[in-house]
Design a protein around this ligand. Sequence first.
Ligand code: PAF
Length: 277
Amino acid sequence: MKSFKTKDSLKNYLQSLKKGNVKIGLVPTMGALHQGHVSLIEVSKKHCDITIATIFVNPTQFNNVDDLLKYPKPINQDQKILEAAGCDILFNPETREMYDDPEVWDYEVGELNTVLEGYFRPGHYKGVTQIVYKLFNLVKPDLAFFGQKDYQQFLVIKKMTEDFNLGIKLYACPIIRETDGLAMSSRNIRLSPTERIAALQISKSLYFTKKNYTVMPIADLKEKALKFYTNNSLLNLEYFEIVSNDGLKPLSNKKNAIALVACTVGNTRLIDNMMLD
Ligand code: PAF
């Protein structure tokens, strides 16, 4: 695997590759890689000639300084995981390489920025679109791969890609779960053993919702799902919503629905979701 830390070195290398008309797949990450990320590399390798992973803990998307400071950075382990997955290129810049001068990023993604994650994490999607735009512009990939766990992020990046006519095809790859149902996340390593058990209520509430989706009215489903989060002092639910999977809007009928959750377990904020039909 080739590894680059500067934009110029990566750009030069890509220029030589692009002369050969290769199809390039991009997997943007913030590191602390797990099987979910490996699955993105695998899908990219199936569709593309060259797969590039980026590891960059992007400061502009954190609305909580503590969360940014605590974000795990096991770079040596990440490199080994990427090598083993057969990734071709790693781009792992320092913060100043991506943000050398103070800059203004004014892109507004619209309604998606006002609901769920957009509402609970003000400014988060501004930071996400800012860095993903930079990475798209630098790599100019043919395809880019994201996890469905950050489903709203996927919709936001899709909208940005369309708004700017970037011509990059985006893939949302399935959520990879531990055997007991917990969605894999870089944040899971922060959970204590008791928090790890409490966190299972998240996937349990989603599986319950999916199982009963065809037989229960949405309001009843939601009421019952919320019960998974009561009587446990480790859980602090931010939202549990059942909405349309295209624009995250209230459902007018039971079609194309998705259930999405954000819940703090101890001090760790986790998100998860499940398509219902
Ligand atoms: O999903 C993530 O890991 C990040 O939000 C992303 C897309 C790499 C941008 O920093």
